[in-house]
Design a protein around this ligand. Structure first.
Ligand SMILES: C[S@@+](CC[C@H](N)C(=O)[O-])C[C@H]1O[C@@H](n2cnc3c(N)ncnc32)[C@H](O)[C@@H]1O
Length: 240
């Protein structure tokens, strides 16, 4: 009798899932992730809280604070960006991080998002395959989907590393978090939207691996955490 109950319940759930597009269910999961993530921000500093989109307050002020407080300006850094689009963020960081031996590598398909993302369609943020223009010889770009193009061997473990996660998608962000875990014991990060899919990816990564996560600075847009900076440090391979 009990088995019949579970069988019927499964059929009913499947029926409801067919009625409701899966992306709406993910929206509910994202809201739950935000609710559960408050403890991640204990001890972090909020830089701004905006109801209107304001690039300076939401992005640049947080980035600048992160750079100055960590004394990154003249240190040697390898800066990897996942999600480049027209290059606004990678060029901004290249202007602020001055060491001549710095390496800046930007990964993107350059033909836009590989899958739909919320209401945005696959292909959004395309530059028709073109790389951003720059005279800075320290910057290079890698074209293609990260899952095919990213190779851990590019990383020098002995240089301070900053990762800019700006791929929007859960799948892309989770892939990079797992790949970096194979090679780096610690690194600094910037998440462009630590709500929604990037937050869900980070939380799922933290379920698998035991890490120390310290969020240093963040900004809010419409009440939700947007840009967040900090550091990830590996602990044991699996949680006890
Ligand atoms: C929001 S845009 C990046 C914006 C950029 N960082 C800036 O501040 O101007 C997100 C980018 O991530 C890229 N992207 C997402 N997932 C990807 C993947 N798996 N492989 C390659 N590129 C990906 C998209 O092509 C898109 O250009």
């Amino acid at each position: 009798m009990k088995n019949y109950f579970y069988y019927l319940r499964t059929i009913l759930f499947k029926f409801i899932f067919h009625l409701m597009p899966i992306k709406y269910l993910y929206a509910v999961i994202d809201i739950l992730a935000i609710k559960e993530s408050k403890n991640l921000f204990v001890g972090s500093t909020q830089i701004s809280n905006n109801l209107k989109w304001d690039k300076k307050k939401i992005r640049f002020d947080v980035w600048d604070k992160f750079i100055s407080e960590e004394n990154f300006t003249n240190q040697q850094i390898q800066f990897l960006e996942f999600g480049v689009y027209k290059g606004e963020s990678i060029k901004y960081f290249a202007k602020k991080l001055l060491n001549k031996d710095n390496i800046f590598i930007g990964y993107d398909t350059f033909v836009g998002l590989p899958t739909d993302w919320q209401s945005a369609k696959k292909g959004m943020f395309s530059t028709d395959g073109k790389f951003p223009e720059t005279d800075d010889k320290r910057i290079s770009f890698v074209k293609g989907i990260f899952q095919k193009t990213f190779n851990n061997s590019i990383i020098d473990k002995n240089i301070k590393t900053i990762i800019h996660f700006d791929a929007d998608l859960y799948s892309s962000t989770l892939f990079i978090l797992f790949k970096l875990h194979e090679i780096l014991d610690e690194y600094y990060f910037i998440f462009d939207e630590l709500e929604g899919e990037e937050l869900r990816a980070l939380k799922d990564y933290m379920k698998v691996y035991d890490i120390d996560l310290k969020i240093s600075y963040y900004s809010k847009f419409n009440g939700l955490i947007t840009v967040a900076t900090g550091k990830i440090k590996k602990k044991n391979i699996f949680p006890q």
